[in-house]
Ligand binder design. Structure first.
Ligand code: SAM
Length: 317
């Protein structure tokens, strides 16, 4: 379905839970989330009905996210059922990776094709600091489990944070020379309550180009990342610039939150509720949401925070 600016909306991100086993500083508050009532959240059947409704309007690609999607006890069943919905061609998942040793194979068998794993640092102390409680070894074990499970693509997501991990850009990029993975550097977005990062933390994607002059540009693959490659690499480097060079004109996404709200734009407070609706009702509400998708997300920087009205763990990234 085309939105009112002629963009073809083919991609829905579904957050299946707001809960997470980590507490990343840029994503959620230290004390976690104010746990909502079970009745407020979408059931598995409602999620699948939303996928059917979205597919009827032209959604072909899904990304399952959270919170941490792998803490959801029925995650494998959700992925399997979603992958069987007619019209859905691709299911991807974004995870912190810590629970992949047990779940990588079942997710692959359930129809998940691609997997993105968050990895902001290769230093165990810094990992514990940024995630407030995580162990780097668990994330690394998760990456190996994903590689062993044979996903079509494994991507590592690094949020670029000036003064925290810009010194690790070469080491993180080098992973593409050692393993068949893509590494994507994502500019830090100033969310509602996403940590007390000062202006120096908001560095542009060009910081990666400055640190790695040997990067060769390559053709885009239809996604929002600007793509590059290191010499003799097995995977690509992706640079994602929602802050310094937004890509709203090419945005083909909508988002579904775990409490059933369609967000036509990540950084807008506008939401359309699917909770409690039947299939027809969901189709109508999705149509409304797509037609109201704004042309762009507005200015974002250290002074101008997102208008999303939620932290990232309550949207899905
Ligand atoms: N728990 C999973 C994970 O860690 O990947 C999935 C949910 S997380 C919200 C999805 C993605 O959003 C992650 O790659 C995370 O790094 C990114 N993210 C969260 N907050 C962000 C922020 N303020 N700016 C940029 N990226 C952010």
């Amino acid at each position: 379905m085309l939105d009112s600016f002629g963009r073809n909306i083919t991609y829905m991100r579904i957050s299946v839970t707001e809960l997470c086993n980590l507490r990343c500083r840029y994503c959620m508050p230290e004390d976690g989330v104010c746990k909502k009532k079970h009745e407020e959240m979408l059931t598995e059947d409602e999620i699948i009905n939303a996928v059917r409704a979205a597919a009827s309007l032209g959604i072909t690609k899904l990304r399952i996210t959270g919170g941490e999607p792998l803490v959801k006890k029925n995650i494998v069943s959700i992925c399997r059922r979603a992958s069987q919905v007619p019209g859905i061609r691709e299911i991807c998942i974004t995870t912190n990776g810590t629970l992949l040793p047990a779940l990588a194979k079942p997710l692959r068998e359930a129809g998940v094709g691609r997997i993105n794993i968050s990895l902001d640092t290769l230093d165990a102390d810094k990992y514990r600091y940024i995630s407030r409680c995580g162990e780097l070894t668990q994330a690394i074990d998760g990456i190996h489990a994903a590689l062993d499970a044979g996903f079509d693509k494994v991507k590592l997501n690094t949020v670029l944070i000036g003064g925290f991990n810009d010194d690790e850009i070469p080491a993180l990029a080098e992973l593409t020379q050692c393993y068949p993975v893509d590494v994507r550097f994502i500019e830090l977005m100033p969310m509602y309550d996403s940590g007390d990062f000062g202006p120096e933390a908001y560095i542009p994607y060009t910081a990666v180009l400055d640190k790695l002059p040997e990067l060769e540009p390559i053709d885009p693959d239809g996604g929002v990342a600007k793509l590059y490659r290191l010499p003799d690499a097995k995977g690509n480097i992706g640079l994602i610039s929602p802050v310094s060079a937004h890509f709203c004109a090419a945005c083909n996404r909508i988002r579904l939150t775990a409490d059933g709200k369609i967000k036509p734009c990540l950084h807008s407070g506008d939401e359309y509720s699917l909770k409690g609706l039947d299939y027809e009702g969901m189709v109508q509400e999705l149509q409304k949401a797509i037609l109201c998708k704004p042309s762009w997300h507005g200015v974002l920087d250290a002074e101008n925070r997102s208008h999303a009205g939620r932290n990232m763990n309550q949207i899905g990234g």
